[in-house]
Design a protein around this ligand. Sequence first.
Ligand code: ZN
Length: 432
Amino acid sequence: MPDPGPALVLEGALVVTCDDASRAGPLSVAVVGDRIAAVGDPDDVRARHPTAEVLRCDGKILLPGLVNAHLHPELHLLKGMLEELDLHGWNEVEHFEGALDVLSAPEGRWLQRAAIRAALADALLTGTTTVQIYGITRGADIVAAEEAAALGLHGEITLRDPTFAPAPPGTPPHRFRLHAEEALTPAELAAAAAAHARGDALVMHAAETEHRIAAAIQRFGTTTIRLLDRHGLLSPRTLLSHAVHTDDEERALVARSGAPIVSSPSAELKLSDGIAPIADYLARGCTVALGTDAAVCNNSNDMFLEMRQLGLVQKLRYGADAIPAEQILRIATRGGARALGREAGTGALVEGGPADLVLLDAHNLRLQPLVHRPDVSNLAANLVYAATGQDVTDVMVAGAWRVRDRRLLSAQLDGVVADLGRAAAFLYDQIR
Ligand SMILES: [Zn+2]
């Protein structure tokens, strides 16, 4: 077979493919350009790419890049500043409203950018390669699209426009947002339905709290999921963030429609929202993705911690066998890619798919002993319940290294940290 071009072959790692066959083991991965060119037996991959540059990855674990399907990046600046409150308690905190005003104002744009860059850099350094960015302050989404592109992350943004007018040409990849139940109006629902019918994708914080369910009933006489269904707004293009409070009939509606669910268990627990029925959604065949929500209510952008949190809290609700670790890895990779409508192959290591991958250093006690044999393996359990984003050493997005040996290549990390510190100091001077 002819050599298809200059290739890089990663050899010696323990590879978890998250592909249809759920292959895992001492495989090799070849990358050509922005694509995975081969995944398989090391001798076969070498034979197919005889002139490839070889990168030894002994002692490492190689995974597909993680997909963070729900992130409010500018709220990174408020980390630790809204503690011991539920979601609706935030509205009574004067400095929160003040901070959002500062971030939304033209003179606050540099704070917004500093926070967004920090959150996205944190996500990238901890193994995320694709992110759904949901800015809540004015202009945040366009800034976030710029910062994601500069860092080399795949992503999409959300647009807030109550008229749901078609986005102008050149708008970055996006979906429209219906923020949450208490903000919905009949006119907005009708406009969203028209946009959805012409092909636009949507996202909504749906059924997150009992308070919001009560708001839907009060305003529209029905619960959130039934309301969306009534307006033709449930489909594979409507991302349902949280979906904590749903009944049996609503879950059946979600499953039938193909609408994906994004779970953010750390935030949902910290805000005392409740425990989402994720194992139930999975049993019904729903697409489930994972997101870190916001550092203000998480307080992290680390998808490894989020995987652990999902596993633990689902065990509490559904029993110790609620969601196997292998399935949690797939939720954080392929599940996210599917929920966001990314191209086939995203979130897995498959030939022809995008070369988005992550290496973890397994030479530390957190990930040892690491046993992977045909008869026994703790690989998936170690990744979900023992690993953290601090174990990530290298991140490749679309065939380009963005993190090497724990060093961020696409921005000066010292500058990112310093700007964030300056922005926080300035903000707290303003809202004190
Ligand atoms: Zn959110």
